[in-house]
Structures are given as C-alpha cells and as structure tokens.
Design a protein around this ligand. Structure first.
Ligand code: HEM
Length: 520
C-alpha cells in the first residue's frame, strides 16, 4: 500500500486504510482531485486482473505439465529396451577385448535382427550400455552438443600417456583448448607439406626395400611396411624429429606392451589393478608407459633446440599452446597424436593394397586410370577415390568405433528408448557392412560408389562425427590419395599369404604377405 497524501487535509490516510475506504472517505469528506483517486482505482483493478490471469496461467501450465508427464510415463512404458546381446558379463568383456570383436558385432546384429542392442555390462554412471549400429541414430547422438566421451572408459588410455589426460580422453574446456590449439597443424598448407614428406618416404622405401625384394621375388608384410613409412613421415613432419630405427622398434614394442596390459588384460581381469605390483607383466607395462613418455619428452627437448622451428606443426601447436601446464601434459598429447596418427593411416593403406591384390581386375582398372593421368593429378582420380572409399568401408580401421555417453534420452524409429547417461558404442564396421544398405556388403566393389544412395553416404563415417571426430582426417585422406597411387601405378600386387585379421584398438591385416612385380 502506497503512502499517499490527501490533496486537501494532507493526511497520509493510505498508511492505515484500504484504497476503497480512502476512495469513499475522500470523496465524502473532501473535494479531492478525482483524477488521483481514479488512478488508484485503476491500479487496484489492474493488480487484481494480473493476479487472476497469473493464477489461471499457473493452473493451466501445471495441468499441462501433469498431462505431459503422464503421457511421457505412458510413452516410456510403451517404449522398449533394445534387445540384449546373447553374452553374459564376463563373456562380453572378453569379446570386447578380443580379435573377435568386430565379427561378433556383425554376427550379433544379424542374430538379433537389430542394429541397436544392449550389452551385458555395468559401467559406473551408465544407465545402459548399448551398441548403436544404426547410422541415423549414431549421427544424431554423435553430433548432439550434450554428448560426451565417457572419461572412465577413455581414461584407461591415460596409462600410456604418463597418467595424464589427453585431447583424446577428455571433455569440456580441457579438451576444447587443446583441440582448438591443434587446428593450424591440419591447415591445407601443412597437410601438403606433410604429404610431400610422406611421398619422399615412399620413394625411399621403394628404392631401398621394395625393389630389392621384387628382384629376389620376396614377399613383403604389407601392414608392417606401411607402419614403417607412416611413422617416419609423421615424426619428421609433425614433430620435426628423426626417429632412429632402434627408437622406432622400441617405441612400437613398448606401445604394444602398454596397450595390451592396460586396455586388454586389466579389462578382462580387474584383479590385475589392485594386485598390479605383484604381477611382473603389469610392472613391465608401467615401465613401457614411462618409456613412451620419455620418447615424447625427448621430442620436446629436440624441438627446444631447433633454431627456427616450423610454425604450425603439431609439436609447434602443442609447445606454443598456453593450455598445457607442463611438459608431462605436452608429452601426453604428443604421444596421443603419434599413436592416433600413424597406425590408422598405415593400416588403411595396407587393407586397400591387400584388397587390390585380391581383386586383380579392380587393380588393373585403377592402374590404367592412374597411368592415363599426369601423376600431379592423381589426387583427383575418380576411380582412386572410389577404391579408397570402398577399402575403408570394408575395413574401417576404427571398426569398434567411438564410445559416447548420452546427454539426453533418444527414442529410435523402432521405439527403443535410449536413456540419458547410457554409454553407447558406435561400431563403424556394422554401419558400413549393413546388408540393408550395401548390396553384397562383404565384397570389394569400388563401383558401388558410382551412384551412392543417401543411406550409403550416411552409413560411411570412418572418422566419426561431431565435435570430437578425427582431427587428422584431412591429413589421412591426403596421404591415402598420394601413397596408394604411387605404389599401384608402378607395381602389380598379388597375395602370397592372406595372414589374419587382428583387432585391438585398430583393425589390422596381420602378417598379410604381398608379392610385387614391376609393371612396364
Ligand atoms: C585413416 C586414418 C584415420 C582414421 C580412420 C581415424 C579415425 C578416427 C576416429 C574414428 C576418431 C574418433 C575416436 C573416438 O571417438 O574415440 C579419431 C579421433 C582422433 N584422431 Fe583419427 N583417424 C585417422 C587418422 C588420424 C591422423 C592422421 C591423426 C593425426 C595426425 C589422427 C588424430 C586423431 C586424434 C588426435 C583424435 C582424437 C580427437 C578428439 O578427441 O578431439 N587421426 N580418429
């Protein structure tokens, strides 16, 4: 109630009386200015009206909310859970860490007749654990800003990076500052520079290793050889560091030891963690992790000694980024980029070379296309583009795919409810070998990309999607488009030994032996 002064008697009546009394008394006792009284009357009416309208709105909204909640609850109970994979907890963990994983995923999706299914796993903080092999649902989740990487799972990788989180295992500001700082390293200028060096490495390999083997009629291990070329290329261009042969061998051995212990053995047998110090292999794996970090620290030391380090290389982006607090943090991302950047590209090239060796007609067709062009234009060869796409579709090196935690709930077209905080695995191989989308999905047929359907294009996501997709995909693509044609244009490849398929983090053609002969 406002303190209003009567215009005639100057009493402050409204302190003690209601506006209606004020109105009556003032008009009876005083010839007060009617304007002012009417103003207060209007004010009182307005207040009353606003209150009534507010009450009606609140009531209406509460009613609406209750109805929506009831509807939601009804819908939720009508929405079903995805089918459960036919494997108990222990078996699921074992499969997830084994070579069988990609083929088991394909088999299970077929058996359940569903590209989305649950896993018999209990992960901390997860409301459900699911495999999402449906490209549309995968796209929705991966590109949703509320989606995150489950740090508890990705954190296992930190044992390889000196116990420190890295760009690949984090979220939020920590991840964003590192990822943003890395962008210049993958500009087209740097990708071209890195690619030119990769090509030099291929020339060197052809000269020093392949030609002598061709002369002696010896076969070569395609996976191993491509790893060698890729390691040399990336360390020299991205880290301005020349790795000695001993360093290379030791690095790959230590990495293997480390990953096998922390990501495979410890996952299958959780007792290895509390009793780790009593297990010799585990103690050795910790030393391996330290050795890998030491190599990354060695690269940092070498960079600091450079008089004019090239601006914008991967190591330069890391060293000049204020987000890193110390060298151990910097070393963690150097190790991450080195690991993520070498075997993915190398094995992708190896898979494609092997498929070309198994499919002589496709190989001949590619060679003829390449030979009809100026080598400068190979990157624009249409048939090469289709061969690469088809090779990656058939053997996506990241076959098991990304893992994410859902920031909100989703309902799929089949009516499956994927709850908020569920942990989802996105098996890229299941998407790219989906028989409903790809005809003869298991065969190598580059021409299927002549007129791809929208579904085919949507199911192809080998570099993942969304903000945490592959930061190095421009480099990987460029390298594939320059290393493959250089080899295929000059050499005819045949398979001596198919070797085996190995899966551990990446899909590898293990011990696949190819013979090469020079084409005149
Ligand atoms: C054919 C080659 C490659 C393939 C198929 C590939 C695939 C992928 C995929 C699927 C992811 C997402 C992983 C996840 O969600 O857990 C990823 C992330 C990543 N990749 Fe690649 N990659 C390739 C080459 C490269 C190269 C050449 C580099 C760097 C030199 C690189 C660096 C990274 C990094 C740092 C991440 C983590 C990004 C982040 O979390 O923000 N990759 N890659």
């Amino acid at each position: 109630m406002h303190n209003v002064e009567c215009v005639l008697c100057k009493c402050t009546f409204l302190n003690k009386h209601t506006i209606i009394e004020y109105d009556t008394r003032l008009t009876a006792d005083h010839s007060i200015a009617m304007d002012q009284i009417q103003a207060y009357q209007s004010f009182a009416k307005a207040c009353l009206l606003v209150t009534v309208v507010a009450v009606v709105i609140i009531y209406d909204r509460r009613k609406a909310n209750t109805t929506t909640k009831n509807e939601e609850n009804n819908n939720k109970s009508r929405r079903k859970k995805p089918p459960m994979a036919p494997a108990g907890l222990f078996k699921t963990v074992k499969i997830l860490c084994s070579n069988e994983y990609p083929s088991w995923l394909l088999k299970t999706a077929k058996e359940l007749e569903s590209s989305i299914f649950r896993l018999n796993l209990f992960l901390p903080g997860a409301t459900m654990v699911i495999q999402v092999g449906d490209p549309d649902v995968a796209r929705d989740i991966l590109t949703d800003p509320s989606t995150t990487k489950p740090e508890a799972l990705y954190g296992a990788f930190d044992c390889v990076t000196g116990g420190k989180s890295s760009m690949a295992t984090s979220n939020g500001k920590f991840w964003h500052d590192r990822r943003k700082g890395m962008a210049p390293a993958f500009s087209s200028r740097h990708v071209k520079r890195m690619n030119a060096v990769a090509l030099e490495k291929v020339e060197e390999w052809i000269e020093k290793k392949l030609l002598p083997m061709v002369e002696k009629g010896q076969a070569f291990d395609v996976g191993k050889e491509m790893i060698g070329i890729s390691m040399d290329g990336i360390t020299e261009t991205a880290f301005e560091y020349t790795m000695s042969d001993e360093e290379k061998i030791s690095y790959l051995q230590e990495l293997d030891l480390c990953l096998k212990e922390f990501l495979e053995k410890s996952a299958v047998n959780p007792l290895r963690q509390p009793f780790g110090l009593l297990i010799a292999d585990r103690r050795r794996a910790f030393v391996a992790g330290q050795n890998i970090t030491s190599l990354s620290l060695q690269m940092i030391k070498a960079y600091r000694k450079l008089e004019n380090p090239t601006k914008g290389t991967i190591i330069d982006c890391i060293m000049t980024n204020d987000a890193y607090e110390n060298d151990i943090e910097r070393a963690a991302d150097i190790t991450t980029l080195l690991i993520a950047g070498h075997d993915t590209t190398a094995y992708s090239i190896a898979w494609i070379l092997k498929e070309l060796a198994k499919n002589p007609n496709e190989q001949r067709r590619l060679r003829d296309s390449l030979r009809s062009m100026d080598p400068k234009d190979w990157g624009r060869c249409e048939y090469l583009r289709k061969v690469i796409k088809e090779g990656i579709r058939l053997f996506p090196v990241s076959a098991g795919g990304s893992i994410r935690q859902l920031g909100r709930e989703y309902t799929t077209k089949e009516g499956y409810l994927l709850p908020k905080r569920a942990i989802a695995f996105f098996p890229f191989m299941n998407m790219s070998r989906n028989t409903n989308i790809f005809e003869n999905a298991d065969s190598f047929n580059p021409s299927r990309w002549d007129n791809p359907t929208k579904e085919m294009n949507d199911a192809y996501m080998p570099f993942a999607l969304g903000k945490q997709n592959c930061v190095g995909q421009s480099l990987a693509n460029e390298q594939l488009h320059c290393i493959l044609p250089r080899i295929v244009a000059e050499f005819d490849l045949t398979v001596k030994d198919e070797g085996t398929v190995e899966y551990f983090l990446t899909l590898k053609p293990a011990k696949a032996m190819l013979n090469a002969t020079r084409v005149k």
